[in-house]
Design a protein around this ligand. Structure first.
Ligand SMILES: Cc1ncc(C[n+]2csc(CCOP(=O)(O)OP(=O)(O)O)c2C)c(N)n1
Ligand SMILES: [Mg+2]
Length: 360
């Protein structure tokens, strides 16, 4: 029997804005000056908030958290492509996207101090809380997308984030498979930041790209320069438009880098070189985007100074507000395990409260 070719597959990588801020005019998205500034502001706010939280963590004013420094373009670009009716299903390194969805700055301080109240804000109906369980959120995303299809909800989609390490979890593969079989409106963005704590991407998966996982599940897949906010926006915009119009799921691999530690409890000098980190600082998504805005004459030093001052003031105020908050409900997490009260959860709540009483 002769061997016959039954398939041939290819994969593309998208880059629009290079490391020097030079844009490819053929691929440049048609974004208004207002949207471009919104995107830049969101990235800068996420960066500055990260830096403030880092200092607060070192001062004992915030608990452990995972910084998003370096990955702002990978999350803020796709978040700009969301409409209020879309869902955002994140992991734990998408601060910029959460802020773009209207989450107050105070909420990450609350969450990272262990207060459940940090998961709840007005207008969050379509934003899921942080998922610390690596990969689990991809199944939630498919479940939501399935419900949307089942209820014939039109013109909305789910945007789900996961890390490179998360793609080794069974959950991710089950999510891709169900999304593909059911053809539901979900877009997965893999933030490939090169590391899963101390495990390099090369030991995570043997395949050359993570985008090629899409081929096996027969869904559109693309790799993008994850430090290029125009590329991450464009790829997400295209995939979300497709999903909203009944075209099914997509996978985007955003190649980026975690410039700081995994969490504030980690010391990356133990497992990666200074040279590697330096190379990636040169690809920092924020100065690159600023150069682009300047080249379009919509940005200058005066605007930069005003923006930086405004962001500092916003963060100062949020920190002050957070540090004056009280009246938290320690058993609030038990309220949200199921939609209705459950006997076993109530038993656990009572034991938790009794334990707390004993400690007081
Ligand atoms: C199911 C599960 N296993 C292990 C952990 C511990 N853990 C937290 S983050 C992480 C690595 C995640 O790497 P990646 O998906 O690349 O995301 P990144 O931290 O780089 O953003 C691990 C193993 C966890 N939170 N959940
Ligand atoms: Mg990673």
């Amino acid at each position: 029997m002769p061997l016959t070719e039954i398939g041939r597959y290819s994969l593309r990588r998208l880059e629009i804005l290079d490391e020097n801020g030079e844009v490819d005019p053929a691929l440049e998205p048609d974004l208004s000056a207002e949207d471009l500034v919104k995107l830049y502001r969101a990235m800068l706010l996420a960066r500055e908030d990260d830096q403030r939280m880092f200092k607060m963590q070192r001062q004992g004013r915030v608990g452990t958290f995972g910084p998003n420094t370096g990955q702002e373009a990978a999350v803020c670009g796709p978040a700009l492509a969301l409409s209020p009716r879309d869902w955002l299903v994140g992991s734990f390194r998408e601060l910029g996207a959460r802020l773009m969805r209207g989450e107050p700055l105070t909420h990450s301080y609350l969450f990272h101090n262990g207060y459940e109240e940090g998961n709840v804000f007005d207008g969050m109906e379509r934003t899921l809380p942080i998922s610390i369980i690596v990969g689990a959120q991809t199944l939630h995303a498919v479940g939501i997308a399935y419900a949307m299809k089942y209820r014939t909800e039109k013109d909305a989609a789910v945007l789900a984030f996961i890390g490179d390490g998360g793609t080794s979890q069974g959950d991710f593969h089950e999510a891709l498979n169900f999304a593909s079989v059911w053809q539901v409106p979900v877009v997965f963005v893999v933030q490939n930041n090169g590391w899963a704590i101390s495990l390099p991407r090369s030991r995570q998966a043997h395949c050359a790209t993570l985008a090629q996982r899409a081929i096996a599940y027969d869904i559109p897949g693309v790799q993008v320069d994850g430090n290029d906010a125009l590329a991450t926006y464009s790829a997400a915009r295209e995939a979300l438009d497709r999903a909203r119009s009944g075209g099914g799921p997509s996978l985007i691999e955003a190649v980026t880098y975690r410039l700081m530690m995994h969490t504030t409890a980690d010391d990356p000098r133990k497992y990666r070189t200074e040279e590697e980190v330096e190379q990636w600082w040169k690809r920092d998504p924020i100065p690159r985007f600023r150069r682009y805005l300047e080249s379009k004459s919509i940005w200058d030093d005066a605007k930069q100074a005003a923006l930086e001052a405004g962001i500092k003031e916003e963060i100062d105020e949020a920190v002050k507000k957070f540090e004056s908050m009280d009246g938290f409900k320690p058993d609030a997490p038990f309220d949200h395990v199921f939609g209705t009260r459950h006997e076993s959860i109530e038993e656990q709540r009572a034991a938790f409260l009794a334990n707390l009483e004993g400690e007081a």
